[in-house]
Design a protein around this ligand. Structure first.
Ligand SMILES: NC(=O)c1ccc[n+]([C@@H]2O[C@H](COP(=O)([O-])OP(=O)(O)OC[C@H]3O[C@@H](n4cnc5c(N)ncnc54)[C@H](OP(=O)(O)O)[C@@H]3O)[C@@H](O)[C@H]2O)c1
Length: 343
């Protein structure tokens, strides 16, 4: 049995400042979307999802990241009842439906619905969800003035933007956004084998003190070692990683040793957490045990320097590994849940 460090069991955890928002938050943020959506996507009940949120609070999580599209705002609100003043709530709304840009009124309606479902009179961070590079100019010209008016009404404190990583592997949208002064936070993809943000995004966020939240630190690939082996074989066949790694059934096994990581997910969360410029690492789960170990991982020291360097040497040139998007079925189910909660 793995013993968890005391500091994650007594409700405290390492704290960071979320860039220029000045918000002090726990380094481990609960991602209420992803493939688990607090367990709602994997067969758990709403009551179990609410209990998971409450357990996160007990373990010292202070940042909760949800979205209109996840269908989890209702359970997040129930889990956080009575604790609103102790937590930072981030939610998101879409400006597009696939290729089609939405009218601004739809985004405002989405924000209003988020406030009702959570329920709160304001969220701390409101984020434009998954903005595509092709839509960025429109976001600034058309959506930004509307959002500023909603912010002045007090519906949210800080404005953020998240990338559409599954379709924008080279972070074209965020590498532009971080040059602007509009965004208080940026949510970006970063993992053991997709380190592109180090050069493309993080220098910009650090220069402008934009708060950063990492997604895709684990996703599906680093939660399932067999997927790593499959991806590595494909990359080796394409000549992008050494052949020996492609032939190895456990190609990232070198990270797990005495004094190093205890598991692949442990390595993945710690690697992301200690990347210079990263503030919060989001972990998505529907499993209390996973939550406990993830929070423990994110409160551990960095990976040994030699292991980190090896990851950089082997993989920093790769683009898009592990950036799997939500399937249409997952999106449809989230939409159904949200609609049901509104009734
Ligand atoms: N564009 C956007 O705005 C956007 C896109 C994607 C994600 N996000 C945000 O980022 C958050 C994180 O999302 P993510 O999908 O990247 O999540 P993640 O934390 O990288 O990985 C989640 C996956 O790993 C599994 N997992 C978690 N901990 C584990 C452990 N200790 N052992 C084994 N498996 C484990 C989870 O399944 P279990 O339920 O079994 O634990 C889930 O399938 C989301 O919740 C969301 O808030 C935002």
């Amino acid at each position: 049995m793995t013993l968890l460090p005391l500091h994650t069991l007594d409700g405290s955890m390492d704290t960071v400042t979320l860039g220029r928002t000045g918000l002090k938050v726990g380094v481990a943020g609960l991602g209420c979307g992803g493939f688990s959506r607090l367990g709602l996507a994997t067969g758990k009940t709403e009551a179990e999802a609410v209990a998971l949120v409450k357990r996160a609070l007990d373990l010292g999580v202070t940042l909760f990241d949800t979205a209109a599209a996840y269908g989890t705002e209702g359970v997040v609100g129930q889990g956080l009842a009575g604790s609103r003043d102790k937590v930072v709530i981030a939610t998101k709304g879409f400006m597009n439906d696939g290729d089609t840009l939405l009218p601004t009124g739809k985004l405002v309606a989405s924000l209003d619905s988020s406030l009702k479902l959570l329920p709160t009179d304001h969220v701390d961070v409101f984020q434009l969800h998954g903005v595509r590079a092709a839509h960025y100019d429109h976001a600034v010209k058309v959506f930004l003035p509307v959002l500023k008016r909603e912010q002045e009404k007090g519906k949210f404190r800080f404005l953020g933007i998240t990338e559409s990583a599954a379709s924008d592997h080279s972070a074209q949208m965020l590498s532009r956004a971080v040059k602007d002064d509009h965004w208080d936070t940026a949510m970006l993809a970063f993992n053991l084998m997709h380190q592109h943000a180090r050069k493309a995004v993080l220098p910009g966020t650090m220069a402008k003190r934009i708060g950063t939240l990492v997604m895709f630190a684990v996703r599906n690939i680093f939660a399932k070692p067999e997927r790593v082996a499959k991806a590595m074989k494909e990359l080796a066949n394409e000549g992008k990683v050494p052949k020996a790694l492609g032939d190895d059934p456990n190609p990232l096994g070198f990270l797990i040793h005495e004094g190093g990581a205890t598991s692949l997910t442990d390595a993945a969360y710690r690697f992301a957490r200690y990347e210079p410029g990263i503030d919060v690492v989001l972990f998505g789960t529907g499993d209390v045990k996973h939550m406990e170990t993830n929070i423990a991982s994110l409160n551990k020291p960095p990976l040994p320097a030699a292991d980190r360097q090896k990851l950089i040497d082997l993989f920093s040139h790769l683009l898009g590994v592990g950036l799997e998007g939500a399937t249409p079925a997952v999106r449809a189910e989230a939409e159904r849940l949200r609609a049901a909660q509104k009734m």
